[in-house]
Design a protein around this ligand. Structure first.
Ligand SMILES: [Ca+2]
Ligand SMILES: [Ca+2]
Ligand SMILES: [Ca+2]
Ligand SMILES: [Ca+2]
Length: 316
C-alpha cells in the first residue's frame, strides 16, 4: 500500500496555502464542485458536524469521512427523509462514491473525525468523537486493514462516552506514537477534555491528570502546534481559550500570560457566543496578524524564561 500519512498531508496543504498566500498577484478563486464531485448527492439531507480527509485506500487520492448529528426530528433532514448516518466516501477519479463499508456507518452526534496512522504501519486509521444528547454513542476507533476500516472500539479506553468535539493529534511524550487529545464540551460532557496516550497496538489510556491538564477544560476546537519552537507540541483549546506549553518531561503547564491575549468577555454573564474552533495560519509579511503573533511569541518567551528561572530558584 502506498504510504501517505497525516503529517504528509498537512505539509502538502500548508505548502499550498503558503505559496498561494504569497502570490498576491494571483487571486484565489473557487468554483462550486459539490455536484460535479458527487458530494451533493451522497450527502443529501446531511447535518454534518465533522469531516476528515485522507487516502484510506492508498490509491493516491483523498477520500472523505463525514460525521453527522443524527438526533434531530426526521423533517430536519431535507432530501433524506430522516436522520443520516456517518459516511465514508471513496474518491474515484474525482468523484466521491459511497464506500459500502458498513463498519463506519452509524448514527450519533459526531463532532470530530481524523484520519491518522496510529499504529505506524503506513496506512490511515480513523478515530471519531461523539457527544451525547438524545443519542449516546461512544467514541469509535477503526484500524485500516488493506483499505478496509475495522472497528476496534470495544474495550478501548479511547472509545468512551463523553462530550466529544474536536480532536487533536500530537506525540506529547515523544515516543513516536501519535496520541489523541479530545475536546469535551461543557453541555454534554461536563467540560472534560481528555488526553489519550497511545500505548501501541491501537490501545490507549487516559493521562489527562498525569500530564497536568485540568479536570475542567471545556473545549470545542483545538490546535497542537509547537508555539514556542522548542520542538515539543503545545496545546490551545478554544472555548476555554487556554494555552498549555509542554514542559519537556511529558507534562503541560499553562501559559498564564496568554490568557489576556485570548480572553473574551461575556456580556452581563450571559453567554451568547463562544469560540467554536481554532486554526493555525502562516501569516504573510506585513500582515497585522503577524504583529500580534510576534507579540504573543514574545510573551510566551517571557513566560518560559520566568518559568525556567523559577525552576532554578532564581525567582519566587
Ligand atoms: Ca484514495
Ligand atoms: Ca495504520
Ligand atoms: Ca506518543
Ligand atoms: Ca513547544
Amino acid at each position: 500500500m502506498k504510504k501517505f500519512n497525516l503529517a504528509v498531508l498537512i505539509v502538502v496543504l500548508a505548502a499550498g496555502c503558503s505559496s498561494a498566500a504569497l502570490a498576491e498577484s494571483k487571486p484565489i478563486s473557487f468554483v462550486d464542485a459539490s455536484v460535479s464531485s458527487g458530494i451533493h448527492g451522497e450527502l443529501a439531507g446531511i447535518m454534518a458536524h465533522a469531516a476528515a480527509c485522507g487516502d484510506v485506500d492508498g490509491d493516491g487520492d483523498l477520500d472523505l469521512y463525514v460525521g453527522n448529528f443524527s438526533d434531530r426530528p426526521p423533517e430536519r433532514y431535507i432530501g433524506a427523509g430522516g436522520p443520516v448516518p456517518n459516511k465514508l466516501l471513496i474518491n474515484e477519479n474525482g468523484k466521491f462514491v459511497d464506500s459500502g463499508q458498513q463498519a463506519v456507518v452509524f448514527k450519533a452526534r459526531t463532532s470530530g473525525a481524523v484520519f491518522v496512522d496510529l499504529d505506524n504501519d503506513g496506512d490511515l486509521d480513523l478515530y471519531v468523537s461523539n457527544n451525547r444528547r438524545r443519542l449516546t454513542v461512544e467514541n469509535r476507533l477503526y484500524e485500516n486493514v488493506g483499505g478496509q476500516l475495522r472497528d476496534v472500539s470495544e474495550g478501548n479506553e479511547a472509545c468512551i462516552i463523553m462530550g466529544g468535539r474536536s480532536i487533536g493529534v500530537l506525540d506529547y511524550d515523544g515516543d513516536g506514537l501519535l496520541d489523541l487529545l479530545v475536546c469535551g464540551d461543557r453541555w454534554t460532557g461536563g467540560g472534560r477534555t481528555i488526553l489519550f496516550r497511545n500505548k501501541g497496538k491501537l490501545l490507549f489510556e487516559d493521562v489527562t491528570a498525569q500530564v497536568g491538564l485540568p479536570e475542567y477544560l471545556p473545549g470545542l476546537g483545538i490546535v497542537t502546534p509547537d508555539f514556542n519552537e522548542d520542538g515539543r507540541p503545545d496545546i490551545f483549546i478554544s472555548e476555554a481559550n487556554r494555552l498549555f506549553l509542554s514542559t519537556g518531561d511529558g507534562k503541560y503547564r499553562e501559559a498564564a500570560l496568554a490568557r489576556e491575549v485570548f480572553g473574551y468577555k461575556l456580556p452581563e454573564g450571559k453567554i451568547t457566543v463562544v469560540p467554536n474552533g481554532a486554526d493555525i495560519e502562516q501569516f504573510s509579511p506585513k500582515n497585522e496578524h503577524e504583529v500580534k503573533a510576534k507579540e504573543l511569541k514574545e510573551k510566551l518567551e517571557t513566560f518560559a524564561s520566568a518559568q525556567d528561572s523559577k525552576a532554578a530558584g532564581e525567582v519566587r
